[in-house]
Design a protein around this ligand. Structure first.
Ligand code: ARG
Length: 462
């Protein structure tokens, strides 16, 4: 039996491994160092204490602890919480238990009755996911709010809409910003949905087969604020779907942020000049005095890959794992923590960038007209007058070719010139050959017509 130090019962030293009874050798320092997790799982400090406090109460109801013993354990756990951290142990669970036994002596050794670190860590992780999910939802709302606020300011700002990064048709800037609101609303739904399924308590599953003590698992789940207790003890200790689901929701949200921030990078380039960042939100170059770089937006764009990596990391940890608990599962934590930390930071940064972004209405409007973006209006006009759309498309294509060859815009064609192409053009064409006319004509549900965009704005605000 290895280990020396203060003993709380005969032969069981506090500094010794908790499983020391079976072992005849001291742990190899290399293996010990490699298998420990306290360095990162100490982030579950509060969750672990909350779980232990609820567990002690369940042990009273199961007749394992007296109410007085539970009170003393609860007191000590609160003291440990106030101490703010623990120092010694292979993981957070052992470190807190060790501290408890330092405080309480043999009574501290009763807390783990009927419990395993396997159901304990599964619980801690679910508690962490619950809190992290709530913070993510809040941060998502902040980005949505920033987008909606900016959209409200720009219900009249026209910009070129793009496909293939080529100017395509005019759209309202508000419409463009509201597209991101839709994405983030879906992210919101995905996180809420993940939290819904995470809302199950694994505590009382024991190591894998169920606790050997008459624990009222439903009541325990209720004490911890869960909707219910898990139905199968093997699944309870082996399941990390709830982590995958949160990381998956984070990954998709990060992909959305990467697209938004990617556009901020484009828009703030001199080539686009659609927007600029306040100096406080940009960075300079160490060599080129002229540079003002959108570094924060670039980093959000890049960090989306990191969060997707966290998701794939955990997927690969879980792939092919036999039931039930395996130590592989210890690798879930760094992926989860990093995914949540990164997503939260990126949401906050993106909200700030959106709040500060200064849009140049004139540049956007000018760009909206360049690129023959009214061509579809002409083709639609001819179709409405009875020409088959394919023919109209071809005819307007010829008009665009002529416009390109003669260096003019389609909107500068006179009625007589238009009629050279088709007698179907009438005086009312002038209503269609303007940015406003083009916007008005996209008057379908979800379209960029100003009335539709205002409707959409009112809808997302409600
Ligand atoms: N540190 C472990 C983890 O994070 C806790 C559970 C360990 N259980 C065990 N039987 N070794 O997964």
């Amino acid at each position: 039996m290895g280990g020396t130090g203060q003993a709380d019962v005969e032969g069981f030293a506090l500094s010794q491994q908790p499983w020391g009874g079976r072992f005849g050798e001291e742990p190899d320092p290399l293996i010990d160092e490699f298998t420990r997790s306290l360095e990162f799982d100490s982030r579950l400090f509060r969750e672990d204490i909350a779980g232990s406090r609820a567990w002690a109460k369940a042990l009273v109801r199961a007749g394992v602890l007296t109410p007085e013993e539970q009170l003393r354990i609860d007191q000590s756990l609160q003291e440990i919480q106030a101490e703010g951290r623990v120092w010694a142990g292979e993981d957070i669970h052992m470190a807190i238990e060790t501290r408890l036994r330092e405080k309480l002596g043999p009574l501290g050794g009763k807390l783990h009755t009927g419990r395993s670190r396997n159901d304990q860590v599964a619980l801690d992780l679910r508690l962490y996911v619950r809190a992290a999910g709530a913070r993510l939802l809040e941060a998502l709302s902040e980005v949505e709010l920033a987008l909606i606020t900016r959209a409200e300011e720009h219900v009249e700002t026209v910009m070129p809409g793009y496909t293939h990064t080529q100017r395509a048709q005019p759209v309202l800037l508000a419409h463009h910003l509201l597209a991101y609101v839709e994405m983030l609303r879906r992210d919101h739904g995905r996180i809420a949905d993940a939290l819904d399924r995470a809302d199950v308590s694994p505590l009382g599953a024991g190591a894998l087969a169920g606790s050997g003590f008459p624990i009222d698992r439903a009541e325990l789940a209720h004490d911890l604020g869960f909707g219910g207790a898990s139905a199968n003890s093997l699944d309870a200790v082996a399941d990390r779907d709830f982590v995958l689901e949160l990381l998956s929701a984070c990954s998709i949200a990060m992909i959305h942020l990467s697209r938004l921030c990617g556009e901020i990078v484009l828009w703030t380039s001199v080539e686009f000049s659609f927007a600029s960042l306040p100096d406080a939100l940009a960075s300079g170059s160490s060599m080129m005095p002229n540079k003002k770089n959108p570094c924060a937006a670039e980093l959000v764009r890049a960090k989306s890959g990191r969060v997707a990596g966290d998701l794939v990391n955990l997927l690969m940890v879980l792939k092919g794992l036999p039931l039930a608990y395996n130590r592989d599962l210890q690798e879930d934590k760094e992926a989860l923590f990093d995914g949540v930390d990164t997503t939260l930071a990126c949401l906050k940064v993106t909200a700030r960038l959106l709040q500060g972004l200064r849009f140049d209405r004139d540049v956007m409007r000018k760009a909206a007209l360049e690129g023959y973006t009214l061509a579809t209006e002409l083709a639609d006009y001819l179709s409405r007058k009875g020409m088959p759309f394919r023919d109209a498309h071809h005819l307007v294509g010829r008009m665009v070719a002529e416009a390109i060859a003669t260096h003019r815009g389609l909107e500068s064609f006179s009625l007589a010139e238009l009629q050279r192409f088709s007698p179907l053009f009438g005086a009312d064409i002038v209503d269609h050959l303007t940015l406003e006319g083009a916007l008005e004509s996209r008057d379908v549900l979800g379209g960029t017509a100003p009335a539709r965009v205002k409707e959409a704005l009112a809808h997302v605000k409600a």
